[in-house]
Design a protein around this ligand. Structure first.
Ligand code: TRH
Length: 358
């Protein structure tokens, strides 16, 4: 399929995931000769996340509501982002004037729950309003072949294999002497103090990402008893906000990654190191089922399940030990299963070619 013109609409709710995922999608489409406009109401995070920009991706600040919008070929509404009435009206008009409609795809949140495969690829005609008659399609990322898959650049694994860990630490100004490395990208896990105490039981390097994780860790550090890390077994490095490329390197540099949300979970899977995930808290505790479904898919052993339940505040109990070797093997096996499948952008291009652009 030749290059199409894509508009991705992104509304930043909170945190970094909305824009982070949209940026990865935009750049991976551009790498496959697609032309992309990324409309984002709050683009400020891109200044540190993607300082170099990307050829083929144009970032437009705003929702698109106050411009004379001219549609391209495909509109992606990320995570149910509402499309402004002028955008919808322009899509309808373009569909009447051209010989084909503007494709409208809702990119959904990632989950391993069974509803994903059932709902992926369904269409829903819009019954009324500015976009009456237009078809909206639902595209669900997921972990299995019957879903929309996961974002993965074609050269990702080769780059990961070539990664020079010692050189990366030197580039970050961190004096790493070969000690085991743990990265921390989390919200506010209820057991951070216990976790810190456990981390300090043997020599380790802790890499703390900037933002909520750093604030939470600083809070926990302030409350630790004076003796908790007397021998300085645990060395802590607070990182600045990293570009997405460097964020991946951080995950590759670690032996265990504590990640959160959506994008960092996927990137931690690609890294192949042991991982612990903190799910984004949803109302009605909907994230509990999401966590369980992910652990089922991962074939997580009992020790890793228990650890997740405690880390996510679902079970109140002392944190068990990290089973580094076993948990790493679980992630490596899961990664191998994923690598046997197509990535999200390949599936999206296939979907568009089959359903929307004949
Ligand atoms: O920031 P998050 O918690 O985002 C979340 C989730 O996406 C969640 O599903 C969504 O509902 C909520 O936001 C609104 O975690 P996530 O998804 O891992 O996104 C983090 C992004 O930030 C990821 O693209 C990596 C990027 N990042 C960097 O590039 N550099 C950094 O230094 C850091 C800390 C993050």
């Amino acid at each position: 399929m030749g290059g199409l013109r894509w508009d991705i609409f992104c509304h930043v709710v909170d945190n970094f995931g909305d824009i982070g995922i949209c940026w990865r999608l935009a750049t991976q489409l551009a790498a496959r000769q697609q032309s992309v406009r990324l409309w984002v109401d709050e683009p400020s995070a891109l200044a540190w996340m993607a300082p170099a920009g990307c050829p083929g991706v144009q970032v437009l600040a705003g929702s698109g509501a106050d411009v004379a919008y001219e549609p391209g070929d495909i509109v992606i509404a990320a995570f149910g982002c509402p499309l402004p009435p002028n955008v919808l009206a322009a899509m309808v008009r373009a569909g009447q004037q051209r010989d084909r409609r503007v494709g409208w795809i809702n990119l959904e949140y990632l989950s391993a729950e069974p509803y994903v495969a059932r709902s992926h690829g369904l269409a829903s005609p819009v019954p009324g309003g500015a976009a009456a008659g237009v078809h909206k399609w639902f595209f669900f990322p997921g972990f299995t072949a019957d879903t929309g898959g996961l974002l993965r650049e074609p050269d990702l694994l080769q780059r990961r294999l070539r990664f020079d860990r010692a050189a990366w630490f030197a580039s970050q100004g961190i004096a790493w002497a070969g000690e085991p490395v743990v990265s921390l990208f989390c919200y506010e896990p209820p057991v951070l103090d216990q976790w810190l105490a456990a981390m300090a039981q043997s020599p380790r390097r802790l890499l703390v990402t900037d933002g909520r994780a750093a604030s939470a860790l600083r809070g926990a550090l302030a409350a630790m008893p004076a003796s908790w890390n007397r021998d300085q077994a645990l060395k802590i490095s607070f990182l600045p906000l990293l570009s997405q490329v460097e964020f991946d390197h951080l995950l590759w540099a670690a032996d265990a990654n504590f990640v959160r949300g959506e994008d960092s979970l996927v990137r931690a899977l690609w890294s192949g190191a042991a991982l612990v995930w903190q799910a984004y808290a949803q109302s009605d505790a909907a994230h509990h089922a999401k966590l369980d479904a992910f652990l089922d898919w991962l074939h997580a052993p009992a020790s890793l399940r228990r650890y997740h339940r405690i880390w996510n505040g679902i079970e109140i109990a002392p944190l068990p030990d990290i089973e580094m070797t076993q948990w790493r093997a679980v992630v490596e096996a899961a990664r191998a299963r994923l690598l046997a499948q197509e990535d999200l952008v390949s599936r999206l291009l296939g979907f568009v070619a089959e359903k929307l652009v004949k």
